[in-house]
Write a protein that binds this ligand. Structure first.
Ligand code: GLC
Ligand code: CA
Length: 608
């Protein structure tokens, strides 16, 4: 049934896009969903939304989008399928900052190989490598100029083979990062396309004359169109000006992607993380973006490509022609995708992606990454209860607090050094005991935090562009460089024999080496946690049951025979009575206080 302006607001909520988009808008406006689900509002006609949203075009844009997806995912039941990628703890490596083996100040593949024993010891079962392909490094490898070559600063194809081999010997799977929404402007396809309008590569990208461009805005705070003066032509680029969007509507582009997947399948790679993969299908004709949505979401035009008309079809195609025949795992990075659309992209019976990275948990309502604020973990609790509560047995969730695009979680929640260790441990308890596949970002196992940067210290293209339109305080709140500082392996640094390409981890945090020797460190605790998870089937497959879900600052749940509880605040709280007899197994505090939980206290019990 197609929705029109005369349909009721509650009918919006019965569609996947309606639910996700309305949730997202309410969250951005910092309003509860009660605002719209209460009968007074939900029985109104959709057209009544114009009373609140003073933009004529908005309703048409919304209805258009909603009517483009009539399916709704399975909401409950189903059968659970066991998969290796549901069982392992993943670890994300940002190769440039992980370990330098040859003293040029840049991390490399031999550096990673030299740390595989460390990762094995830690209990890691899967590695995700951020891009290591040939690249001019305008966006640190997310701008690929050759999909079949290793970036010379990181090593060679032989190093990659050695890395896969050495990882597999230690029972560690390897997934790589594939960036195929766009290529580098130095990719031969683009160079040929730009210089030869008659080349078949021309249609690999979106070239347009000035009058055919639109008002879309790039994620790095510029126009989404780059002008090439000599050729007097524009090309679409949703990210940096050197990252040009590929035209997936061209079957030849999809053939190229399938070829790459098969190549790495043959090489022994276990899976791929697909960069901004939900942006690959752009609405025909590249229409103007709605201004109201643009202002609210910051990125004008996004409604025309975050869940484009052929997205499901293209994902199913690369799955059946690439991932499935190679038995490769796929995880899509899908910014802007909410719970319901997430199901459509990753439920197992849909045969598109295995898992998603979505981001709605990373900022609390009304905030964006560049806002300076403290993150309230109560929001995370509520959000995850909703996410996990919406899963059928066909769905599975990735769990993460950090990656190479976000500041460190400890710093976001509470930068007070007094709580650093307990908080770092509590976050890792949550990450490793909730239901889903945990992804640890390098350094998170040891409680790494944000760094202090001056303007000259900044390296990230996004931060540098952001600084042109805002101030340093704003940039520091959200810069991705916080996560990209080099690993502090030893007290002297231990990343490289020379100076690293970016600042190292904050001086106040103990190095990996010294934390390994300290049985009370965040790292030693995280190691115990991972080992516990690896050996406890309940923590992997048992359903989750939330306890006292409404009690503020208290996050508790059961997983099979285990009970987990966390104080989400920096204050002592009363410990709600439990009907179970519990035996304490792991805690971030020594001993217990009867009837209360100390700041960020996190305990794992066996139910006796
Ligand atoms: C993804 C990556 C990010 C990159 C962007 C463009 O969001 O995680 O690092 O800048 O895509 O490729
Ligand atoms: Ca190096």
């Amino acid at each position: 049934m197609k929705l029109t302006r005369d349909s009721k607001i509650k009918d919006l909520y019965k569609t996947a896009i309606g639910q996700d988009v309305v949730d997202k808008i309410l969250m951005q406006m910092n309003k509860s969903d009660k605002w719209i689900t209460n009968p007074l509002v939900s029985n109104l006609k959709i057209s009544a939304l114009n009373l609140y949203i003073k933009d004529e075009g908005f309703l048409d844009a919304l209805l258009d989008l909603i009517n483009s997806e009539t399916e709704l995912g399975v909401q409950e039941g189903g059968t659970l399928t066991k998969q290796w990628w549901k069982e392992v703890v993943f670890y994300q490596i940002y190769p440039r900052s992980f370990k330098d083996s040859n003293g040029d100040g840049l991390g490399d593949l031999q550096g990673i190989i030299s740390k595989l024993d460390y990762l094995k010891e830690l209990g890691i079962g899967g590695l995700w490598l951020s891009p290591i392909f040939k690249s001019p490094m305008k966006d640190n490898g997310y701008d690929i100029s050759d999909y079949y070559e290793v970036n010379p600063e990181m090593g060679t194809m032989d190093d990659l083979k050695e890395l896969i081999d050495q990882a597999h010997k230690r029972d560690i799977r390897v997934i790589m990062d594939l960036v195929v929404n766009h290529t580098s402007d130095e990719h031969p396809w683009f160079q040929e396309a730009l210089h030869d309008p008659n080349s078949d590569k021309r249609d690999y990208y979106f070239f347009r004359k000035k009058e055919e461009t639109n008002n879309w805005v790039s994620f790095f705070f510029e126009s989404a169109w780059r002008y090439f003066k000599e050729q007097d032509i524009y090309a679409l680029k949703l990210f940096a000006k050197e990252q040009i969007d590929l035209n997936w509507d061209n079957p030849k582009v999809r053939d190229e992607v399938v070829k790459i997947i098969n190549f790495y399948g043959d090489l022994g790679i276990d899976g791929l993380r697909l960069d901004v993969i939900n942006y690959i299908s752009k609405k025909e004709g590249l229409p103007q973006g709605n201004q109201w949505v643009g202002d609210l979401m910051e990125f004008t035009g996004i409604e025309h490509y975050f869940y484009g008309p052929h997205l499901n079809e293209y994902l199913a195609e690369i799955n059946s022609r690439g991932f499935a025949p190679n038995h490769m795992f796929s995880i899509g990075e899908t910014p802007g995708i909410g719970i319901q659309l997430g199901k459509l992209l990753s439920a197992d019976y849909r045969k598109q992606l295995d898992l998603l990275f979505t981001f709605d948990h990373l900022e609390t309502p009304g905030h964006v990454r560049f806002d300076e604020y403290l993150y309230d973990l109560n929001f995370y609790k509520e959000h995850m209860m909703k996410v996990l509560g919406s899963n059928s047995l066909h769905d599975w969730t990735s769990l993460f607090f950090e990656n190479h695009d976000n500041p460190r979680m400890i710093s976001k929640v509470n930068p007070d050094p007094m709580v650093h260790d307990v908080l770092g441990k509590a976050l890792n308890v949550i990450l490793l005991t909730l239901q889903g596949t945990p992804f640890i970002y390098q350094g998170q196992e040891a409680g790494f935090i944000n760094q202090e940067f001056t303007e000259e210290d900044l390296r990230d293209v996004e931060s540098i562009n952001k600084l042109k339109v805002s101030d340093m305080k704003t940039v520091l709140a959200g810069t991705r460089d916080h996560a990209r500082t080099t690993m502090k392996w030893s007290d002297e640094g231990g990343f490289s024999e020379s100076e690293g390409w970016i600042k190292s981890q904050h001086e106040s945090v103990a190095s990996i080496e010294s934390q390994l020797e300290d049985s009370m460190s965040v790292l030693s605790f995280t190691k115990q946690l991972i080992s516990f998870r690896n050996n406890t089937d309940d923590l992997i497959y048992a359903p989750i049951q939330f306890i006292h879900p409404k009690t503020r600052n208290y996050f508790a749940y059961k997983r099979g025979d285990y009970f987990i509880e966390i104080n989400l605040s920096d204050k002592d709280i009363n410990r709600p009575k439990s009907n179970d007899v519990l035996g304490l197994l792991l805690s971030n505090y020594k001993g217990q206080v009867l009837g209360s939980l100390r700041p960020y206290e996190a305990n794992i019990y066996r139910i006796l």
